[in-house]
Write a protein that binds this ligand. Structure first.
Ligand code: ADP
Ligand code: MG
Length: 313
């Protein structure tokens, strides 16, 4: 930049260029942001400094500075440094530009950071913009207020390592069970607490496909050890004894022993889920196994019945 500046200054003294230079200078000096800056700094900024820094000042006038006013989106940012906006500073006896992160990039970075904290397996990403406040403000029947209150307590009080019970959200299809999980995950992410939402039917399907390859165990381990685990739609799968005894059971057992918080959503209440887990009425044994899994769920989470209208269209 310095080179261009010196070159410009030299050229300024020759006919046509002098005209252009004067024009550039007029343009710069009539820019409202420059006028404001020079007024505010009139005691330190001299005419000579302005002359010397004209190229910088010109660059300043061309950039988007006020809430990204010249850029349609962050991706289409037109500034020299994408996502950064200039500020005038005094550098020795000339003026220079300092580039700071623009508001849009700051919001975008923040969102990316938060999303990194929420691992979601097979859950629609739009659920991750959910908030607990929206959950109860759109419908505030008793069960929903209770759920929102408990969700808020968890999301604001949970600390890694602390023993805190999760929730078992049950109710009809479309009442916002998954939405509430997303809202909790979001609020945890704001406190830098990672969580993992897993859509159970797809998870079991994927695991079944990995039997025999070496990814099966690591997939189960990852879910087992998630800081905060949310098992979405338990009971919507066609549960096999393998899924119950080799996947869900051991995951819950581990989490119980390690005091790792676990949330569930289901269309079934506890009695219905127990029945679902028994799946085969062939004998005593299946009932005992179903009961064992149920005990773990009840240990890990408090049940809340969610009512309300079906929000799916
Ligand atoms: P469930 O898991 O109980 O079957 P969902 O959580 O998937 O229901 O909610 C159904 C639909 O309604 C989803 O598209 C979800 O994004 C939307 N939804 C649920 N609760 C709210 C809410 N409070 N505000 C806005 N959208 C909501
Ligand atoms: Mg759901």
């Amino acid at each position: 930049m310095e080179k261009i500046n010196t070159a410009l200054n030299k050229l300024a003294n020759t006919g046509q260029f002098k005209k252009r230079y004067d024009h550039l200078k007029d343009e710069v000096l009539s820019d409202p942001d420059i006028v404001l800056y020079l007024n505010e700094n009139s005691s330190t900024v001299t005419n000579e400094m302005v002359e010397k820094s004209l190229v910088k000042l010109y660059e300043f006038t061309t950039q988007s500075k006020h809430n990204c006013e010249k850029c349609p989106t962050l991706g289409e940012c037109k500034n020299v440094l994408k996502g950064y906006q200039p500020r005038l500073i005094i550098q020795g006896n000339s003026l220079d530009l300092q580039y700071d992160m623009c508001p849009r990039k700051a919001v975008d970075d923040d969102k990316k950071k938060r999303e990194k904290l929420i691992q979601s397996l097979y859950v629609p990403r739009d659920i991750l913009s959910a908030s607990i406040r929206d959950f109860y403000q759109t419908d505030s029947s008793a069960g929903r207020m209770d759920a929102a209150e408990k969700a808020t307590i968890f999301a604001t009080e949970y600390e890694a390592g602390k023993k805190q019970k999760g929730l078992y959200l049950h109710g009809q299809f479309g009442v916002g069970k998954t939405y509430l999980l997303g809202a909790i995950a979001n609020e945890l992410a704001e406190r830098k607490i990672p969580s993992m939402i897993v859509y159970v039917p797809d998870f079991l399907r994927e695991l079944k496909g990995s039997i025999g390859d070496n990814t099966l165990n690591s997939k189960i381990e990852m879910v087992k050890k998630a800081s905060v685990l949310m098992l979405d739609d338990l009971g919507a799968e066609s549960m096999t004894s393998w899924g119950r005894d080799e996947v869900i059971g051991p995951i819950l057992q581990f989490r119980m022993l390690e005091n790792l918080p676990t949330f569930f959503t289901s269309n079934f209440n506890f009695a219905e889920l127990k029945n679902h887990l028994t799946f085969s009425q062939r004998g005593e044994k299946e009932e005992v196994k179903a009961a064992r899994v149920m005990e773990r769920i009840m240990y890990l989470a408090d049940p809340i019945h969610l009512d309300g209208k079906n929000r799916r269209h």
